[in-house]
Design a protein around this ligand. Sequence first.
Ligand SMILES: Cc1cc2nc3c(=O)[nH]c(=O)nc-3n(C[C@H](O)[C@H](O)[C@H](O)COP(=O)(O)O)c2cc1C
Length: 196
Amino acid sequence: MDFTDVVRQRRMVRHFTPQPVPAETIDRLIALTQHGPSAGFSQGVAFVVITDPTIRKRVAEIAGEEGYVAGGFHPFISEAPVQVVICTSEKVYRDRYREPDKLDAEGREIEWPVPYWHTDAGAALMVLLLGATNEGLASAFVGTHDPPALQRLLGIPDDFWPIGVAMIGHGAEDVRSPSLKRGRRPLENVLHRERW
Ligand SMILES: Cc1cc2nc3c(=O)[nH]c(=O)nc-3n(C[C@H](O)[C@H](O)[C@H](O)COP(=O)(O)O)c2cc1C
C-alpha cells in the first residue's frame, strides 16, 4: 500500500468482527514497531498481546468499555480479537542515559526536556496502527485510567507503565466518535514557517 494511503486510511475503528488475526501477523506488526525511533536507542517499549476472550473482557472492563457501550458504541475493546497493551519504562531510559555517552558536560544524567519514554511509546503505537492498516486490518487505541490494574492483571512489572490498549482485527461498520465533529485543524493553524 502507498504510504500516504496508509496514513490517510488509518482511523480508530470502534467495531470488530469475530474473525481472528493470525499470530504471525501480530508478531510481524510488533517486530515492525522495533524499527520506530527510540531515544538513545533505549528501546524501553514493550507489549502484551492478548487474544484470550476472558482476559480481553477484563482488559475491556479496566479500560471502561461499559462507558463506551452506554454511550452508544459497540463493545469494541473486548470484541477485537487482539488487544495489545503498550508499556513503556522510564527506568530503561534513565539507565540508558546514565551510560557514559549520554551524560551531560558535568557527567550527570540530563535534565529531561520531555519524558522520552512516552515519546517513544507514541511512536511505537503509531507504527503499530499504521502497520495494521497496511495489512488491511482495522485498529483502535484507548487509554485507561487505571494502569496499575492492567499491571496486576497481566503481570506487567512495576517499572513498565501501560499507556493504553490497542485493538486490532477486522473492522465492521462502527459508530464514529463525536470528537471528529471538531474537524481537522486548518494547516495554517499547525504549520508555522520559519518561526511561530
Ligand atoms: C493518546 C491517545 C489517547 C486516546 N484515547 C482514546 C480513548 O480513550 N478512547 C477512544 O475511543 N479513543 C481514544 N483515542 C482516539 C482519538 O479519539 C482519535 O485518534 C481522534 O479522535 C482522531 O480520530 P482518528 O484516529 O480516527 O483519525 C486516543 C488517541 C490517542 C492518540
